[in-house]
Design a protein around this ligand. Structure first.
Ligand code: NDP
Length: 281
């Protein structure tokens, strides 16, 4: 068994980005739109600011109270789209119920949609067309899979979760890598049985420690996307790490797995799209 060290992979990625950014004639700028006081959301924003500063990306956070009007956010995004000094725009999730996040995403121009959640970038990924921005979490997971050195072609990947930000784009990404992909969800029948057929098992369902040893084929690669709290308030994934660790060939931990890679890929997307916008590539 080997641990897939997402923290280390992310550090390496940030170091490479830092080198690249230092050689540019401009400072890449990431605009983060943050609404309300959700604790997790605030932590995610702080982590992004910190990581961006480390690689030389300027992170402008636009914070609004929960009572902000949708129109105000839409106007801000229109302004940011037009601002040539801004290269990437994200809307931090989760949003208060009063805000329609899907509509806000539609306002972000595709070339600045560094989360890759907009329909154009998501569609490009689905159709395996070049030139799109790939969502950070799936992109980070692919890097982690590549880091194992295990071939992907023809492998059966089972993804638990079909969200717009993880499960669905990841399914497209792995299909484009010639995996045979099964997407499971809350209505899936015989889930443990399906998971046992996976060469690559990816848990992204937000259910603390749901995946047990008897769900995993011996020698499988297991990636844990979940960020949950266990019964003691400790951060844990969707995989019962201690139970599964001996049966998997590779396994990613929580924390220190997909989380840091997600942030690193967001920064990479920001630098890449800034190169396209400034034509410095
Ligand atoms: P969502 O809640 O949007 O989606 C969860 C998915 O899991 C849904 O498709 C749901 O099915 C499915 N699901 C829920 N319960 C079960 C179950 N018992 N059995 C099978 N499938 C189930 O979550 P996200 O995709 O946004 O996030 C998933 C997890 O990953 C969370 O813990 C989140 O915190 C974490 N996360 C981590 C990131 C990172 O960087 N490490 C980034 C993003 C998320 P259905 O569609 O039928 O409801």
């Amino acid at each position: 068994m080997a641990i897939i060290d997402g923290k280390k992979l992310a550090e390496d990625c940030r170091a490479q980005l830092k080198q690249m950014v230092v050689s540019l004639s401009y400072v890449p700028v990431l605009a983060v739109v943050s609404v309300g006081d959700d604790k997790a959301s605030k932590i995610y924003v702080r982590n992004k600011e910190k990581a961006a500063a480390e690689v030389g990306i300027k992170c402008d956070v636009y914070s609004f109270p929960e009572a902000v009007f949708q129109k105000e956010l839409e106007s801000l995004i229109i302004r940011l789209n037009q601002d040539k000094t801004v290269h990437g725009i994200i809307v931090q999730q989760p949003l208060p119920k009063s805000i329609d996040g899907g509509v806000l995403l539609d306002f972000i121009s595709a070339e600045k949609d560094v989360d890759g959640f907009g329909v154009l970038n998501a569609g490009r990924l689905l159709l395996n067309e070049k030139g799109g921005i790939v969502a950070a979490t799936p992109k980070g997971i692919l890097r982690m899979l590549e880091a194992t050195g295990e071939p992907l072609v023809g492998k059966h990947a089972v993804i638990i979760g079909r969200s717009k930000i993880v499960g669905r784009p990841l399914a497209a990404l792995l299909l484009n890598q010639h995996c045979t992909v099964t997407v499971a969800h809350s209505k899936t029948q015989n889930l443990p049985e399906i998971c046992r057929t996976a060469d690559i098992l990816i848990a992204a369902c937000g259910q603390p420690k749901m995946v047990k040893k008897n769900w995993v084929k011996k020698g499988a690669v297991v990636i844990d996307v979940g960020i949950n709290r266990d019964e003691n308030g400790k951060i844990c994934g969707d995989v019962d790490f201690d139970d599964v660790v001996d049966i998997a060939k590779f396994i990613s931990p929580v924390p220190g797995g997909v989380g840091p890679m997600t942030v690193a890929m967001l920064l990479e997307n920001t630098v890449q799209t800034s190169l396209v916008q400034t034509k410095e590539n």
